[in-house]
Design a protein around this ligand. Structure first.
Ligand SMILES: [Zn+2]
Length: 443
């Protein structure tokens, strides 16, 4: 980090926590940089502005001395965000790169299709599933296939396919690696300029959210941004989509950094930092269901050194905390939704009697849901509990109707409540706005 003092050559002015990358500094001090009087497009537009005639530079200083300049962490403007992320946008949407990823996904599907007959044949021969260990260990595998020509043939087809697709696999791997490295570099730069702890970026192959709905979007968790790589192949993104995802998830990182700065003040003591870290981790897990890493906490601690949060900064951090408590409440409702879905499905597929087993086991978790209409049935069930089947006296039809009615009312209601929680979440609203603004600026 380097700070260029006000009134420096060429009207370059900066005050406060203004981080410049080594490349920018080198360029600024090179003959080219000083002569051209402007920065490369990859540099911050704000810096480009600052690299301007002295009168204009002075105006910019006034602007920087607002809350952003004195703030511990500095949010990039949508324009800055868009500029910084534009290179990832170009890279991720480059047709030649995408072709390699799509080809790989296609081959993956073929591999699965060829593995299936082998697995089925194995089951037909041995009456059980093949274990991964057996498959990986060539000696054990050979022994299992030796006397079964059909099984051997199925295996050969599959193995040959894996050899055939090797170039595709290699090209895919290096493309993903390139994407990952470039995205990481840009995130490092963004975090450096914002004084935020580093973010790690990775691709995953999962694309499921907690509610079990398949989704192909980015996620943020414990200083880590993840994007399912299938997102690149299955749902082609344009440049502003990429900018939006990264800007959105980076905002979540900034929000949690503010929360952590507050947590460090709240828990501050004479105890060693390691103990404070443990205390924060425990509290975050309980209060927000978040799992901050020790490195992240140490990083915020280091950056915070000497800075006491202002009243305004604490309020901001508090609003983020509330948002995470709300998200946790949504998580609890989500559990109830899953339970109700299980009950609904059991009633449909098996019997009301079996559905009552679930109600009995999870009654506590179904708290808050009025069980008036069910009381008689619960009592009946409990009296005969332990039996495999419903007794003669059990009115299956009545029980089914009651449960259908019950889930029919509560499922939609809980679902809409969960949705409302998300819509009113400060962190999500803010991240959505930042993401959209940056995407718009990238167009
Ligand atoms: Zn979000």
């Amino acid at each position: 980090m380097s700070l260029i003092e006000a009134g420096d050559k060429g009207g370059i002015v900066s005050r406060g926590q203004f981080a410049l990358s080594p490349e920018t500094i080198a360029f600024l001090h090179s003959p080219d940089g000083l002569r051209q009087g402007k920065l490369r497009s990859s540099d911050s537009p704000e810096l480009t502005l600052l690299f301007s005639p002295p009168e204009q530079a002075a105006r910019n200083v006034d602007r920087l001395q607002g809350d952003q300049a004195t703030s511990l962490f500095r949010s990039l403007t949508p324009k800055e965000m868009a500029t910084a992320l534009s290179a990832i946008g170009d890279l991720f949407t480059n047709p030649a790169n995408l072709a390699k990823i799509k080809e790989y996904e296609k081959k993956q599907k073929e591999s699965t299709a060829l593995a299936r007959p082998f697995v089925e044949e194995f089951k037909a021969v041995y009456g059980r599933e093949i274990e991964e260990e057996e498959l990986r260990d060539p000696k054990r595998r050979e022994a299992l296939l030796k006397d079964h020509p059909k099984l051997q043939a199925r295996w050969n087809e599959f193995a040959q396919h894996l050899i055939d697709i090797r170039p595709v696999t290699t090209a895919h791997r290096s493309t993903i690696q390139l994407f990952q490295e470039q995205a990481q570099k840009i995130l490092d730069d963004i975090c450096g300029r914002s004084n935020l702890p580093p973010i790690t970026f990775e691709f995953t192959r999962e694309h499921k959210t907690f509610d079990g709905q398949a989704t192909l979007s980015g996620s943020y968790h414990s200083s880590k941004i993840a994007i399912p790589e299938q997102r690149l192949a299955e749902e082609p993104m344009n440049k502003s989509d990429v900018v939006e995802i990264f800007a959105h998830e980076t905002k979540h990182h900034e929000q949690q950094t503010w929360m952590m700065a507050k947590a460090l003040e709240d828990i501050a003591s004479d105890k060693p930092l390691a103990d404070q870290i443990k205390a924060i981790q425990k509290r975050w897990k309980e209060d927000f269901n978040l799992e901050p890493t020790g490195d992240f906490i140490r990083d915020v601690h280091k950056r915070k050194a000497g800075h006491k949060l202002t009243e305004e900064e604490r309020k901001r951090a508090e609003s983020y905390e509330r948002s995470h408590v709300e998200a946790k409440a949504s998580g609890e409702k989500e559990e109830q939704i899953l339970l109700l879905m299980a009950i609904e499905k059991t009633v449909k597929d098996k019997s009301a009697w079996d559905a009552f087993k679930i109600i009995d086991e999870f009654e506590k978790k179904l708290e808050g849901i009025p069980k008036d209409t069910l009381t008689d049935l619960i009592q009946q069930y409990k009296k005969n509990k332990g039996q495999e089947k419903a007794p003669e006296t059990w009115d299956e039809k009545d029980a089914k109707e009651t449960l259908d009615f019950w889930t029919g009312i509560w499922l939609p209601q809980l679902r809409s409540e969960v949705r409302t929680h998300y819509r009113t979440s400060v962190t999500e609203n803010e991240a959505n706005k930042v993401g959209l603004d940056a995407a718009e600026a990238a167009k």
